[in-house]
Design a binder for this molecule. Structure first.
Ligand code: CDP
Length: 339
């Protein structure tokens, strides 16, 4: 634990972290960081790091909690055990139950709950790193997450604290200012200045309270600008990427047809060429065969003639045989005569 600083405001009127009295800490907001939530937001406010997730409108469990005329809003603030210097005991404690209750009330009236009877809108906030003002940082993140979830609201809720150190009013207290300061007053409000949360720890004079309220109002207005810008940037980018995705989808849908058409045309061309070649080859082959056949037939007629001449020869032999036979017959006759 740090010791109490001797002075919170230096001779130049600056705070220990170099800020002016009315200056809020740096804010970083990322929208739509959780894909399973209906709406989500990661937010850094100084050294605070929080993440918010919104689910709903959805069915109410347990059912006996449901309201017939409007949606119920549930808010769960949880500090991670590693979020603080000394390990925080995990699970709910009196402080987190109190923070959850006041934060739910700060948001509930801004939501058009009457649009969603018998349903629930669940808001979860996890404090990943704490450095004073976690409830205000959490509310800022939750508000953006609600907008991201598309929950209709009367306005974004923006929050920041105002406090007192060395009798000086300062906005958005850091850890030392919160721990050792004289007063701490977290405030949440709508852009039109309606206060939805106001708590106070410590003492203010009436004048300090009024002045502090004005300072907090200005702080919340600055926070609101960050929230608004983050949402606008996110949705402009999303729209752009969706447009690109749609264009790509259309192109992808068209592309295969073109490719198919092209490939079909190419294939048809190839087939036609092949067929033409085949036909040519077949014609050439058949011509050659015909030529060969006809030359062969001439040859056969020659051979037939040759054969025919060859077959004539045995006829001569037959004649000789007949002549021989007749000589035999004659000799036989001669034999008969001699007998
Ligand atoms: O965070 P916030 O100012 O809304 O609430 P707080 O109760 O005033 O707490 C002030 C700071 O004390 C927190 O932001 C934490 O940094 C610290 N704290 C802690 O160290 N351990 C706890 N169990 C609770 C708070």
């Amino acid at each position: 634990m740090n010791d109490k600083p001797e002075k919170f405001i230096d001779n130049n009127g600056l705070r220990l972290d170099g800020r002016k009295a009315d200056q809020i800490r740096d804010i970083k907001i990322e929208v739509g960081v959780l894909s399973r939530a209906d709406g989500s937001c990661y937010l850094e406010m100084g050294n605070n790091k929080v993440i918010a997730a919104v689910y709903g409108p959805r069915e109410v469990h347990p059912r006996h909690q449901q309201k017939s005329t409007k949606a119920i809003v549930r808010y769960k603030y949880n500090m991670a055990s590693f979020s603080v210097e000394d390990r925080k005991r995990p699970g709910p404690d009196r402080r987190s139950i109190e923070v959850s209750k006041v934060s739910r009330e700060a948001l509930e009236d801004m939501i058009f709950t009457e649009y969603f009877p018998k349903s629930a809108i669940d808001i979860f906030v996890e404090i990943l790193q704490a450095d004073a003002g976690t409830r205000t940082a959490a509310l800022n993140a939750a508000s953006v997450a609600l907008a991201d979830a598309g929950i209709p609201m009367r306005g974004l809720v923006s929050a920041c604290a105002v406090g007192k150190v060395d009798e000086t009013l300062v906005v958005d207290l850091n850890k030392d200012e919160d721990n050792y300061g004289q007063a701490d007053m977290p405030i949440a409000m709508t852009p039109d200045g309606k206060i939805t949360l106001l708590q106070m720890d410590g003492n203010f004079t009436l004048e300090q309270f009024k002045q502090g309220l004005e300072m907090a109002q200005e702080g919340c207005r600055q926070v609101y600008e960050f929230q608004r810008k983050a949402l606008l940037d996110y949705y402009a980018k999303k729209e752009e990427t969706e447009e690109v995705a749609v264009i790509e989808e259309v192109l992808q849908e068209e592309a295969p047809e073109e490719v198919v058409e092209e490939s079909i045309a190419e294939e048809m061309e190839e087939i036609e060429e092949d067929e033409a070649e085949e036909v040519k080859a077949a014609e050439a082959e058949s011509d050659q065969e015909i030529e060969e056949d006809s030359s062969e037939t001439y040859e056969t007629s020659d051979t037939v003639e040759e054969e025919a001449t060859e077959t004539e020869e045995p006829e001569d032999e037959d004649e000789e045989k007949e002549e021989d036979e007749s000589t035999i017959d004659e000799s036989d006759d001669e034999r008969e005569v001699s007998q």
